[in-house]
Every structure is written in C-alpha cells, then in structure tokens.
Design a protein around this ligand. Sequence first.
Ligand code: RB5
Length: 153
Amino acid sequence: MKIAIGNDHAAVELKNIITEHLEGRGCEVVNFGTDTADSFDYPIAGYKVARAVASGECDLGIAICGTGVGISLAANKVDGIRACVCSEPFSAKLSRQHNNTNVLCFGARVVGSELAKMIVDEWLDAEFEGGRHERRVAMLSEIEQTQALSAAE
Ligand code: RB5
C-alpha cells in the first residue's frame, strides 16, 4: 500500500515516527510534508496529500499538524477526499467502516506517538462496509459535486 504523508512544522517528529511505523507495516510512504521546524503553512501539506490520494498516486493519506484540524480542512477541499480528525482509535476505525475516509488526520499537540500508532493501525486495518453506508457516502459526493443534495429537498 502506498501512503501519502504530510505535516506542518508542529508535526515533524511525529511524522517521522509514523513514517517508520508505516514502513514497518510494509507500506510505501511518500512524504509531502516539511522536515524542518521552520514555520510551514498546513494547507500546503494538506492539499498535497489530498491531491496524491484523489489522483490515485497514493492509496490513502495521513496528514498531521498541531491539532489535525487545519490540515483536515485543507484536505477536505479537494474533490474526492474524505478526511477526518481522529484522536482515538475507535473513531478512526469507524471512519473507514462507515464513512470510507481516505485521509486520516491527527494532532501532534493532541496525541502521543503510541496513541497515534494505534489510531493509524485501526484505520488501516478497517475496511469500508458498504451497504447503507454507500448511500450516505454517495450523498457526500453529491454535495461536493453539485453544492446541493436531492434527498434534502
Ligand atoms: C500551527 O501553529 C498550528 O496552527 C497548526 O499546526 C494546526 O494546529 C492548525 O490547525
């Protein structure tokens, strides 16, 4: 599996830890984040991770900033991206099973490295369940593509 990873200055160390963890799982990791402590605008990394996933260059993405919030907002602006901020493994797992998330975000100032690894593992090990969830995810795409939702009219 090929994973796009991205981060701002707040998350360089955690990005490196998660990269090593992903490689230990046999993943190929493509780095779209910064590698220095110099101030770095999180939308750049969020956008690059999202673009890599939406284009098919990478299978999934992981994006880390201070809280995970800003970088998830950036990623979600790209068509086809379903990014979520998860600070614990349960939501990460369910976000794959029910929402078919394709970018996982968390905050380096929020979660420690061991918790972050658990969040990543639960997310990667889960699979989209389809069924009734397929219809709901399709609604998200409809909103994205048309700025309207027929089921809400
Ligand atoms: C950077 O100071 C911080 O704002 C950023 O890492 C992130 O938390 C934004 O959502």
